[in-house]
Design a protein around this ligand. Structure first.
Ligand code: 4AD
Ligand code: MG
Length: 430
């Protein structure tokens, strides 16, 4: 029976055939132990010399790391094995003997591994991280489908900027200028006026000259947008969504979390509601903690965010930032125009901002005023004003950065490992 490692539990004491690669092997003279992977999992194959043909024994002896072959064997239940099963190998059918695979079981430097990202993806740690990423994507669709959101795909090539012009990637659109999307938000607002509750999931691009463990040049964002929804209602959706993501990973990826050595108690605790702190109080909290370098009106840097997050066990919403440091479309707090109805969700353990969101300006005159203040004179923005002209309603939305969320849930040091082929300041290879 041809099967995969993930399904061997269905074939205990039966003979199966699996297409595999060799990750490692050791031998004790009369027995060879083959560490095998097939993309779906990892399993040990055991060859006993006197129980297999001489051809099979010799073929196994010549196996090198990443050689590819079909292995035939009996599935044995074995509680000592990490997967719970072992394969008693009966035959091998070699596809290719690999030579000089560069990523050996010894330690390698980060740059070397990044240069070999196309191969590094095969290692058990990378495998676990990207499976957790997959689970977060799967759970995202489940959550928003269950809450009656429609998925809408905003364009990648755009004529306007959603988050300010400094970080835009410029490109040519025949004889015109165009930019790679920084955020689908403006289009999602149009979609919310057509469908009520919508979400997008797609790549976004920021030409940020940041070289930190939290920044990618190309990253994926989930952007829900909701008509007839105020800021407070949006926060409730956000905390329920993030809790659902974490609980889904705990439920569906226990072995991947184990591979990563993740402290599960930190994740089990992540359940809505999450605490909220205003920007004003966050400034006070920072001053109390001895940060004298920050004044009201300034944006937080990574150390500030970490210090705020450390004061809570759960992700924390920092709300009502100064109008001057946030995007042009955010709605001012009624009666206090110098702050906006927005929130950043800061993840625990120093992972920084995983969500940025706000209630949007729904008043046509105020939006026109903001256009003037921000010099948004390009005709490319005309359509966005029209959304406030024809049945404008209160609406809110947010963007969750997929890779930052994956880094936090996995408990890994650097965001580069959360993307299969990360685009970093100095890297577009492989
Ligand atoms: O806070 P940001 O810039 O918000 C927006 O783009 C809004 N238009 C979203 C919306 O309301 N629809 O980005 C949202 C999230 C951040 O909280 C962060 O998690 C992630 O996107 N992010 C990045 N992730 C990796 N690398 C970068 N360079 C990122 N920039 C933002
Ligand atoms: Mg932000």
């Amino acid at each position: 029976m041809k099967t995969t490692i993930s399904k061997v539990s269905q074939y205990v004491d039966q003979e199966v055939t699996i297409g595999v690669w060799l990750t490692n092997k050791r031998s004790s003279g009369k027995i060879q132990f083959l560490q095998l992977r097939d993309g779906t999992g990892f399993i040990q194959g055991v060859l006993v010399k006197k129980e297999v043909s001489e051809e099979a024994w010799e073929a196994a002896k010549h196996l090198t790391q990443e050689s590819s072959f079909y292995v035939k064997g009996l599935v044995r239940k074995d509680d000592r094995a990490p997967s719970g099963f072992e394969l008693t190998v009966t035959d091998l059918n070699i596809i290719q003997y690999a030579t000089d695979y560069p990523i050996t079981p010894k330690e390698h430097g980060t740059e070397f591994l990044m240069d070999h990202r196309h191969l590094w993806l095969r290692s058990s740690r990378q495998h676990a991280i990207l499976r957790i990423r997959n689970e977060i994507i799967r759970a995202t669709y489940e959550f928003f489908n269950n809450h009656d959101f429609i998925k809408i795909d905003p364009p990648i090539l755009t004529g306007s900027s959603a988050e300010g012009s400094t970080d835009l990637f410029h490109t040519e659109y025949f004889d015109r200028d165009a930019y790679l999307s920084q955020s689908g938000q403006l289009y999602m607002e149009a979609a919310a006026m057509a469908f009520g509750k919508v979400f997008s999931f797609g790549p976004t691009f920021r030409a940020e000259k940041s070289k930190t463990r939290r920044h990618l040049i190309e990253f994926w964002m989930i952007e829900p947008e909701m008509a007839f929804t105020d800021h407070e209602e949006s926060l409730v959706i956000q905390e329920n969504y993030v809790s659902f993501l974490v609980q889904s990973v705990l439920k569906n990826c226990p072995s991947d979390l184990k591979t990563l050595g993740r402290d599960l108690s930190k994740l089990e605790n992540i359940k809505a509601p999450f605490p909220r702190i205003t920007y004003d109080d966050a400034i006070k909290l920072l001053k109390d903690k001895g940060f004298n370098d920050i004044e009201w009106g300034e944006d937080f840097g990574a150390p500030h965010e970490t210090a705020i997050a450390e004061s809570f066990d759960l992700p924390v919403f920092v709300t009502n930032y100064p109008t001057t440091i946030k995007a042009f479309y955010m709605k001012p707090q009624p009666g206090r125009e110098e702050v906006v109805l927005c929130a950043d969700l800061l993840a625990p353990e120093g992972y920084g901002e995983i969500i940025g969101g706000s209630q949007r300006i729904d008043d046509l005159e105020l939006l026109k005023k903001r256009y003037e203040e921000h010099n948004l004179t390009d005709p490319a923005y005309k359509w966005y004003l029209e959304l406030r002209q024809f049945g404008s309603v209160p609406h809110s939305g947010f963007g969750l950065g997929l890779e930052r969320t994956v880094a936090w849930v996995c408990g890994i040091e650097h965001i580069r490992e959360t993307s299969p082929f990360p685009r970093l300041l100095n890297r577009i290879y492989p």
